[in-house]
Write a new protein. Structure first.
Length: 281
């Protein structure tokens, strides 16, 4: 294959590999390299997204890492997101609770708090506070390794609702774990990440008849739901663990713009509340 300029930028991480040799395993090694050098999970995902766009531009039909569909993404930083409707999300949760009950809390927590699946899989019992219903995310599970969340907002405390708190408390009483035990374990020979992605999410995608879901899609749908409900973007940014609002907007610019209307008048409600419009007539 003809050499391209992109390779000069990736050579430090991919040595002399050609495009056809950039496999999932190679990307996995690249991610681990970035984690070991102190990069946050959100930042690494952004770099992977840029890598996908570079590959798509150079060789759009030969690499399976590029995209899951034929979407045209105008924002250069935008990730390949599988955004579901509210009905699809409700059905997703319902099916998961029935078919994969052990994985249901992970799905629910990611969609309701913005925590990533790797962060939730790395959660231990001593980092849950049932008195104020919070979880503290300091680590994330990558393959079979715990990686520390480095940076300002990556390590964060998130509020959980009473429903999921009750489920976790019942699990705590039933299993009687040590404080350092992982909260979420699955009865499978696969690693927790592989089971959740390749069994749970893949099975749910087939069940719903939708494009395949990946763990990061849960965070994207959390962001989309929050934006549709006019929840402040700073809250969404902090919940997802983005260090700066600028990086958050880079990734979710398309979703943010989807919520825009054609016309806004900030004086409209003031006129209605104060009766100024009638007074002027």
């Amino acid at each position: 294959m003809k050499k391209t300029d992109y390779k000069n930028h990736l050579q430090a991480h991919f040595d002399n590999l050609t495009i056809r040799e950039i496999t999932t395993r190679t990307v996995s090694k690249y991610k681990q390299y970035m984690f070991d050098n102190g990069f946050q999970l959100a930042s690494v995902n952004m770099y992977i997204a840029l890598l996908k766009r570079i590959i798509r531009a150079v060789c759009p039909k030969t690499n399976s890492l590029v995209t899951r569909g034929d979407k045209i993404i105008q924002n250069a930083y935008a990730l390949d997101m599988n955004i579901l409707s509210e009905d699809e999300i409700a059905y997703l949760l319902q099916i998961c609770q029935l078919k994969y009950p052990a994985a249901y809390p992970v799905l629910y927590l990611s969609l309701s708090t913005g925590a990533s699946v790797p962060e939730l899989l790395g959660l231990t019992w001593d980092r849950i506070n049932f008195e104020d219903n919070t979880i503290f995310l300091k680590y994330f599970l990558y393959e079979r390794r715990l990686v520390v969340n480095k940076g300002g907002t990556a390590a964060r405390t998130l509020k959980i609702d009473n429903k999921i708190s009750d489920i976790l408390q019942k699990k705590l009483k039933k299993t009687n774990p040590t404080p350092g035990d992982f909260v979420f374990k699955f009865n499978s020979p696969k690693s927790s990440q592989q089971y959740f992605e390749r069994v749970v999410l893949r099975g749910l995608s087939i069940q719903l008849g939708i494009q395949r879901l990946f763990p990061s899609d849960l965070q994207h749908n959390f962001a989309n739901l929050c934006l549709k409900q006019n929840i402040p973007v700073t809250f969404i940014q902090k919940s997802l663990g983005y260090y700066s609002l600028a990086n958050f907007v880079k990734i979710y610019k398309n979703l943010i713009e989807n919520q825009e209307k054609e016309y806004y008048n900030p004086l409209y409600e003031i006129y209605n509340k104060t009766g100024l419009e009638n007074a002027e007539k």
